[in-house]
Design a binder for this molecule. Structure first.
Ligand code: SF4
Length: 309
């Protein structure tokens, strides 16, 4: 890294640390965040880990470096704290694919609604239970209802249906980043690295999952790669996770070859959080997540139901 860049990084880190102290703020960052954001985060994790961590923080401000629904969860679980997201347009295309009115009709028709965590607070407020990619199978297994509607990710829903054998209807939503992790995108890399193990997030298309060596959430993928005896992996999820894994490998004095599918899966929404945006968010205390208290109370119920499983 050039010297000028190193100075810039150091200066950024010092400014963030000073602002965190002054404001009594804590930074939570998702695994898909840029490396420089991960480097100044107090905690890095998946949606479930970060939601749980947010409930035990001694701070006034939570700065959520992720996408909007994640910051909303932190606010739902911490109504008395100020929750900020550094870019107010950092939304999730999958979460935004749900029509709340249509979902209300499904609820009235008698469906038990299992909502993936990638949903906005209005959707959570009318859901029966929430799940993450880590606990989706456990959550679906726990449901004793003959009409289950899984929203919004059809790939994760289909995976749950296959594994549990339950009668599940699927919302027709998908994550455009994981949808592009096709067999073809993996084949191109596998041609050059025949011995690579393929790990895939359950938001990937069914065909990809059928041909994967391991299927898991972001934190399960990290655990699998760290523990595996293999040396080469094709990582079928958003590429930000590679930085996290490399740092963990470095701590353990290990090296493994981590390859991405071709094209590289990148979530532009996650990358909207930049160093400049983070500094501005801390300095000016923007953008605050504000929720209707009634919606927040209702949305909390299915989240706590998931925690209690
Ligand atoms: S990777 Fe997909 S599911 Fe995750 S935040 Fe981006 S668009 Fe949403």
């Amino acid at each position: 890294m050039p010297l000028s860049e190193r100075y810039r990084n150091l200066e950024f880190k010092e400014r963030v640390e000073r602002l965190k102290r002054e404001k009594k703020a804590v930074i939570l960052a998702h695994y898909y965040q840029r490396p420089e954001i991960q480097d100044v985060a107090d905690f890095i994790g998946d949606s479930l880990e970060l939601a749980k961590i947010s409930m035990n923080l001694d701070c006034k401000i939570i700065v959520f470096c992720g996408v909007y629904f994640m910051a909303e969860i932190a606010k739902i679980l911490n109504p008395d704290k100020k929750v900020l997201i550094p870019h107010r347009k950092a939304g999730c295309i999958l979460a935004d694919s749900i029509d709340v009115e249509e979902l209300k009709k499904k609820k009235e028709e008698g469906y038990y609604i299992v909502s993936y965590v990638n949903t906005c607070s209005n959707v959570k407020a009318i859901s029966d239970i929430i799940c993450t990619s880590r606990n989706a199978l456990k959550v679906v297994e726990s449901v004793n209802h003959d009409r289950i509607l899984f929203v919004p990710d059809k790939n994760l829903g289909a995976y749950c249906r296959l594994k549990t054998g339950k009668n599940i209807e699927l919302w027709d939503g998908y994550c455009p980043v994981h949808e592009r992790v096709t067999l073809e995108s993996i084949r191109k890399v596998k041609e050059r690295f025949g011995d690579a193990l393929v790990v895939a997030h359950p938001e990937c298309p069914e065909e990809t999952l059928k041909n994967a060596d391991f299927i898991g959430s972001t934190s399960q993928i990290i655990g699998f790669i760290l523990e595996s005896d293999s040396d080469t992996f094709i990582v079928g999820t958003e590429s930000g996770i590679i930085y996290t894994i490399e740092k963990e490998l470095e701590k353990r004095g290990k090296h493994k070859k981590l390859l991405t599918p071709d094209p590289i899966p990148i979530c532009d929404q996650m990358k909207m959080i930049t160093t400049e945006r983070l500094i501005r968010s801390l300095e000016e205390e923007i953008y605050e997540v504000v929720l209707d208290p009634e919606v927040a109370e209702l949305a909390k119920i299915p989240i706590i139901r998931m925690f209690n499983l």
